[in-house]
Write a protein that binds this ligand. Structure first.
Ligand SMILES: [Zn+2]
Length: 243
């Protein structure tokens, strides 16, 4: 570690020595965290106009701490709320992407900031805002659903294929923290593929349980499920019961 700092200092000296020279005692390395970029909406949809009640997934590029410590991120959703960990206890998160669901139509400015996970007083300014437009909520989703696949586990798994007859179906997930007290948020990402292994949709958990609707016609599908560290996930695929 000291070697690294020494080399870095030599490098800085080499750059500035022509102008100001270099003293014998190097200045302390400034401890700063860079400002994250303006947030973006994560694929597969990049539109910034969404109905209320739908999960929106935002991301920014990772930033670093000048002393190479781990960095945490905090989101301001513009509606008076901030990012929350899966168990709702923390606003600062270790990953540079997170979800939010708006409940009221309007325009909202989404911003993200970062801080050093070692020294929480070292924070970046807020990023430039991304303005999103929230419209009236869609009709309430139907409630009568049939499970066509259920999977439970940890880590990563590719499921067997399952058949969906309905035009609309959905993926539900629930998460359990297998090591409560560790500073990790349980999460799961679910990639929905068709039988030709083409991408249909993807889902990223924003909470300990949730549901995502898939509007992608009848056919055969399978899921690639990836869970976070200390996460036990349960995922179901469900189709709407036909009348
Ligand atoms: Zn740091």
């Amino acid at each position: 570690m000291h070697c690294t700092k020494a080399f870095a200092f030599v490098g800085i000296c080499a750059v500035v020595s022509g102008l100001a020279g270099c003293g014998l005692s190097p200045p302390a390395t400034p401890h700063v965290v860079l400002t994250p970029n303006q947030p973006t909406i994560q694929e597969p949809t990049t539109s910034t106009t969404w109905p209320a009640g739908r999960i929106m997934f935002f991301e920014t590029d990772p930033v670093s701490c000048s002393q190479d410590h781990t960095v945490q991120y905090r989101w301001s959703w513009g509606d008076g709320t901030y990012s929350r960990s899966g168990d709702g206890t923390r606003e600062w998160l270790y990953i540079e992407s997170w979800y939010h669901t708006y409940s009221t139509p309007g325009e909202y400015a989404v911003k993200v900031m970062a801080r050093c996970a070692r020294d929480h007083s070292v924070t970046s300014p807020w990023s430039d805002p991304l303005v999103v437009t929230i419209e009236e909520a869609e009709d309430p989703p139907p409630t009568d659903w049939v499970v066509v696949g259920r999977w439970k586990g940890t880590g990563s798994r590719t499921t067997e294929t399952f058949y969906v007859e309905a035009r609309e179906w959905r993926v539900k997930w629930s998460l359990r923290d297998t090591e409560p007290g560790r500073d990790f948020d349980p999460w799961v990402s679910i990639r929905i593929r068709d039988s030709e292994d083409r991408r249909v949709d993807s889902v990223m958990s924003d909470d300990l349980w949730g549901v995502s609707y898939v509007h992608h016609g009848p056919g055969r599908y399978f899921l690639r499920i990836t869970g976070g560290i200390y996460t036990e996930w349960e995922v179901t695929a469900e189709v709407r019961r036909s009348d």
